[in-house]
Design a protein around this ligand. Structure first.
Ligand SMILES: [Zn+2]
Length: 339
């Protein structure tokens, strides 16, 4: 339901207005960072359009149609997701066939294409054909966090709805209220999330608070130049591909905080430090580490990690990329590697 969506007022208002004015587009493109409420908005939109007891511009959430949509078993509100890593031509062809049948249960048939940018070239071309002659009583909702990954001709046929990143305090409040996190944990997770509730929850489920301590130990190994430990870590990490980006973001946040600590070392403004630093709790242990790095070295380290993140998103050999990263970090610190 729209009321469950946090802080996406402009997007939600546009959708509500379309419903109240009875002027829905035949295809929408929801764009914005992963985990800010795009899919929830798409499902809520589908609920209102088909609710049998809708009051105002939100769904009731209780009728058969609303419940089926919420549970993902409404036959005429389909969510298409990538199989393995992409959405195939066969998936889009079956949407094409299916969309020409008149809805039996629903007022409007809805197809939600999640991670639309993962459609293969053939799938995109096929989808474009559907959009060129959209079937009646059907609404397509494409969801993407990378609008540049879509054919321009598809984008131009959709009404684009932008979803914003959420402010840190909103995410932290949500984590405390809905998931029972304590202040320090909520604030750390919110800072790392980059404005995405979905990502914040991923961090939390990953056990970011405990893992952060491990990262600090890793920094110690870097400063000792302890290659064998670092390489073992690279090997372990590379086996757990889902976590790598999170671990690297965590490492990034530590170097970033050391850089900030350098700039704020003279300042007595504790409140400002609290706002800027991600790992506030660790701040007290950072100064001695900070001493060992020049500003230039910290910037170099940040660049090395960012480059590695970029490489890893491109399917390179993860273990090799991580080993190279650790070697470079040791080199930047200025130690001779110890094997
Ligand atoms: Zn309902």
């Amino acid at each position: 339901m729209f009321k469950d969506i946090i802080r996406q007022n402009s997007a939600v208002e546009i959708l509500k207005a379309a419903i109240t004015n009875n002027r829905c587009a035949s295809s929408y493109l929801f764009t914005g960072t992963e985990g800010v409420g795009k899919k929830l908005a798409a499902l809520s939109f589908a609920q209102v359009l088909n609710c049998s007891d809708s009051f105002g511009s939100d769904a009731c959430g209780k009728c058969v149609s609303c419940r089926k949509i919420a549970h993902g078993n409404h036959p005429e509100v389909q969510v298409i997701v990538p199989q393995k890593k992409s959405i195939s031509i066969d998936q889009i062809r079956s949407v094409q066939k299916d969309s020409f049948f008149r809805p039996l249960e629903a007022r409007r048939k809805i197809y939600i294409i999640d991670k639309a940018e993962t459609m293969t070239q053939e799938a995109m071309n096929c989808f474009l054909k559907i959009l060129e002659e959209p079937p009646r009583q059907v609404i397509f909702i494409l969801i993407t966090s990378n609008i540049l990954g879509l054919l321009e001709t598809i984008v131009s046929r959709c009404q684009i709805i932008k979803f914003n990143n959420l402010p840190r305090d909103i995410i932290s409040g949500f984590l405390k209220e809905k998931h029972g996190l304590v202040e320090d944990d909520a604030s750390l997770v919110a800072s790392l999330s980059g404005g995405s509730i979905g990502l914040a929850l991923n961090y939390w489920n990953y056990g970011v608070v405990e893992n952060r301590q491990d990262m600090v130990k890793l920094l110690d190994e870097v400063s000792r130049g302890n290659i064998s430990v670092l390489f073992r870590e690279a090997e372990a990490l590379s086996k757990n591909k889902d976590d790598i980006q999170m671990v690297l973001n965590l490492l990034l946040s530590l170097y970033r905080d050391m850089l900030l600590a350098k700039f704020t070392a003279q300042s007595k403004d504790e409140e400002m430090k609290d706002k800027l630093l991600i790992n506030t709790e660790l701040y007290s242990s950072l100064p001695e580490k900070v001493e060992a790095y020049s500003t230039g070295k910290l910037k170099d380290a940040l660049n090395v990690i960012l480059t590695t993140k970029g490489l890893l998103s491109k399917n390179v050999n993860a273990q090799l990329a991580l080993e190279t990263m650790f070697l470079k970090l040791v080199e930047i610190y200025g130690n001779q590697p110890v094997v």
